[in-house]
Design a protein around this ligand. Structure first.
Ligand code: CMC
Length: 430
């Protein structure tokens, strides 16, 4: 970070000099951290649309150009050439691993895939129809009650073990949530399988017969995980950082991230996007839904469209669209009516003035639902899969925050619009 210039802020009858910091690429920032101390005023930015909440070297997004880089590497190259575990290593450590480092990391993740045996009682405490995200919030938070030897956030070794445990155990938890919902026995992880194949095996195998995971589907799953691995200071990552800023343990922080991701404006959008495509049902009904999306008096939005940061095609959506075709081909599905609706909807929206003017493009969630449904996942599992993949991003962001010497508890301020001080009125006088 370099500081070379300063901005002048005119406020009341005074002028304040505010330092401007520049990063390596992307917009510079006006540092207002001392503003309250000198002027007695706060800045006001609901939704943080103009506020950088931290400095970070993990992920860079250029929303205008549709660029997403992890530690400098374009997401398209990682999706094409890397694996999810290698991308995890990159996000956590800043560099791609050499052969020994990759092997050590893979072994460590593989060795942590099992859950404490007693944890399955948590699952049995939930109703069968519990949403997998409800189970994930609870069970991931409960990890803090089982792994006391990795909750001291001031010990780098404990942080490393907690990080690896989280990445390794979350697929097991997600698969168990799924198995529980369909009344099938839990399937233990298999350490001879790669990360994605193991996850598919835990989800779709049953003890009474052998299951061979398709390498094409495993590769597609791995790509989906890579595409969701991190996305800089999105709502759930910011939630993890805020929870962690108080010194809360990593498992509790990840549970907070999962809770935030659950919302339909964030991770819940892939579920909502597929439900919307199903509701539209056929290409001839698309204009009706486009009109509804444009109608100010209708709350309906095209799910899987638009993004706070991308004002261009989400680069992840492109890879997702190609992966979608690969998966359908592998499964011998030559004609999928929902994919037809999706492609036509995309075509119409991209040529419609409303969407063009507002720069609304398909985001990562637009095609992911179709792939996941085709693989056999129910819609209720979609956000759980997002959480599985995003755990590494949360963990990397959390570690970066703890290691930052300037880190303080996150404590936003407010513009108070309530009553000024007034006297308490007894109940018989109200
Ligand atoms: N359909 C129709 N109109 C839309 C849509 C949409 N999907 N998204 C935004 N708009 C309109 C919106 O009505 C507003 O219009 P106006 O300026 O006339 O009031 C304008 O575009 C700007 O929208 P906004 O809500 O102010 O933008 P935002 O940055 O606060 O919201 C968003 C971003 C992703 C929440 C929003 O685009 C949305 O709700 N999209 C649908 C849900 C979705 O797909 N979410 C997944 C996001 S990607 C996965 C992730 O990172 O979690």
């Amino acid at each position: 970070m370099s500081t070379e210039k300063s901005a002048k802020l005119g406020s009341l009858d005074k002028e304040y000099d505010l330092p401007i910091h520049s990063g390596t690429v992307g917009p510079s920032v006006v540092d207002v951290s001392a503003l309250y101390g000198t002027s007695g005023q706060f800045t006001y930015d609901p939704g943080f649309t103009s506020t950088a909440s931290c400095k970070s070297s993990i992920t860079y997004i250029d929303g205008e150009q549709g660029i997403l880089l992890h530690r400098g590497y374009p997401i398209e190259q990682l999706a094409e050439h890397s694996t999810f575990l290698e991308t995890c290593y990159l996000l956590l450590n800043g560099e791609l691993p050499n052969t020994d480092e990759a092997q050590e990391f893979e072994n460590a993740i593989t060795q942590h895939t099992m859950l404490h045996e007693q944890m399955d009682r948590f699952f049995h405490g939930f109703r069968r129809d519990a949403h997998p995200m409800a189970i994930m919030v609870g069970v991931v938070g409960a990890l803090s009650a089982f792994y006391h030897d990795s909750t001291d956030i001031n010990d780098p070794e404990q942080r490393k073990i907690a990080s690896r445990r989280l990445i390794a155990k979350i697929p097991t938890i997600a698969a168990m949530a799924y198995k529980y919902s369909i009344g099938q026995p839990f399937v233990y992880p298999r350490n001879d399988l790669d990360f994605a194949s193991n996850f598919l095996h835990m989800c779709f195998s049953v003890p009474c017969e052998e299951m061979k995971v398709s390498p094409t589907l495993a590769r597609a799953m791995d790509k989906i995980f890579i595409l969701h691995a991190d996305h800089e200071q999105n709502a759930s990552a910011a939630t993890v950082r805020l929870a962690g800023s108080s010194g809360a343990n990593p498992f509790a922080c990840m549970a907070a991230g999962i809770a935030c991701l659950w919302g339909p404006a964030h991770g819940g959008a892939n579920e909502a996007a597929l439900e919307m495509l199903n509701e539209i049902g056929s290409v001839d009904r698309i204009p009706e839904y486009i009109n509804r999306a444009k109608d100010k008096n209708d709350e309906f939005r095209l799910m899987g469209f638009g993004h706070r940061v991308y004002k261009n095609y989400d680069p992840r959506a492109r890879v997702m669209q190609a992966t979608c075709h690969e998966v359908l081909k592998e499964l011998g599905i030559t004609d999928d009516p929902i994919l037809d609706v999706a492609m036509e909807l995309e075509r119409i929206a991209l040529n419609d003035d409303y969407f063009v003017e507002k720069k609304l493009y398909p985001n990562v969630d637009f095609y992911s639902g179709i792939i996941l449904k085709t693989m056999g996942f129910p819609t209720s599992m979609f956000t759980a899969l997002f959480a599985l993949a995003r755990t590494v991003g949360w963990v990397a962001q959390w570690n970066e925050m703890i290691e930052d010497p300037s880190q303080r508890i996150g404590r936003p301020r407010q513009l108070y619009i309530g009553h000024p001080a007034r006297d308490y009125t007894p109940i018989n006088k109200r």
